[in-house]
Design a protein around this ligand. Structure first.
Ligand code: SAH
Length: 219
C-alpha cells in the first residue's frame, strides 16, 4: 500500500479490527463483508482532520455538504446486496468519497459508481488509487435513472434517499439480484430491498435510516 494508505499504520489496523468486532455485535454476519470492512482503510477516504475518527460508528462530513455513511450502514447495505455470494457487476448510486465503492470492490468483479459532484469524484478516484483498487469505475453523473447502458447488475446500492424506487431502476437488476435503497425524505426514511425473483419483483421495507437526499443534475 502507498504511504497515504498506510498513514496511520498498525494503530488503524487494530482500530479497524475493533470496528469489525462492533459490526458483528450489531448483527453483521456475512464473512465476506466483514473481511472487506477489515481490509479497506476507511481513514484514507476521509479528510485528514477527521482521520482519527474514521473508525467510529458515525457518519462524517466529506465536503460539499455530503457525508460518508457510518460503518454499520455501509456494512448493512453491502450484506443485503451480496446475499453471501460473489457478485459480478454492481452499480452504486451516490459514490461520495468512494469508501462504499472500495468495500464493494472486494465483493464484486466490477463496480460502477455514479456521483453527481465532480469534486467528490476527483477525491474518491485519488483515494481508490491510493488503495490500489482498479475494479471501480467512478463517473460524474446524475444516477437518478441508474445506468442502463451497462445493465443488468447483480446488485444496485443507492446511498442517497429517493422518494420512491423508479421502475427504470428495477429494470436494471439481473434476475436473482437485489437493489438496496433508502426511500423517503428527511427523518422519514426506510431502507428498502427490491429482489428480482422468478415469481416477480418483491419489495420489502426494512429499518429506519437517515441518508442525504438524492438530487438532480451534476455539479
Ligand atoms: N457511498 C458514499 C456515501 C455518500 S453520501 C460513501 O461511501 O462516501 C451520498 C452521495 O450521493 C453524496 O455524495 C451525493 O452527492 C450523492 N448523490 C446525491 N444525488 C445523486 C444523484 N442523483 N446521482 C449521483 N449521486 C448523487
Amino acid at each position: 500500500m502507498s504511504t497515504l494508505a498506510s498513514g496511520i499504520g498498525m494503530t488503524s489496523q487494530r482500530t479497524r479490527a475493533r470496528m469489525v468486532e462492533r459490526l458483528k455485535e450489531q448483527g453483521i454476519n456475512d464473512a465476506r463483508v466483514l473481511a472487506a470492512m477489515n481490509a479497506i482503510p476507511r481513514h484514507v477516504f476521509v479528510e485528514e482532520a477527521l482521520q482519527s475518527r474514521a473508525y467510529e460508528d458515525t457518519p462524517l462530513p466529506i465536503g460539499q455538504g455530503q457525508t460518508i455513511s457510518s460503518p454499520y450502514t455501509v456494512a448493512r447495505s453491502c450484506e443485503l446486496a451480496c446475499q453471501g455470494r460473489p457478485l459480478d457487476k454492481v452499480l452504486e448510486i451516490g459514490g461520495g468519497c468512494g469508501y462504499q465503492a472500495a468495500v464493494l470492490s472486494l465483493l464484486a468483479r466490477q463496480v460502477l459508481s455514479l456521483e453527481r459532484i465532480a469534486a467528490l469524484v476527483r477525491h474518491a478516484r485519488e483515494s481508490l488509487s491510493a488503495c490500489r483498487i482498479n475494479n471501480v469505475l467512478m463517473k460524474i453523473a446524475d444516477g437518478s435513472h441508474g445506468y442502463p447502458r451497462a445493465a443488468p447488475y447483480d446488485a444496485i446500492v443507492v446511498a442517497a434517499a429517493m422518494p420512491f424506487i423508479p421502475d427504470e431502476l428495477k429494470a436494471q437488476i439481473r434476475p436473482g439480484g437485489r437493489l438496496i435503497a433508502p426511500v423517503g425524505s428527511g427523518e422519514d426514511q426506510r431502507l428498502v430491498m427490491v429482489e428480482v425473483r422468478e415469481e416477480g419483483v418483491v419489495e420489502q421495507e426494512l429499518e429506519v435510516v437517515k441518508f442525504v437526499p438524492l438530487l438532480k443534475g451534476v455539479s
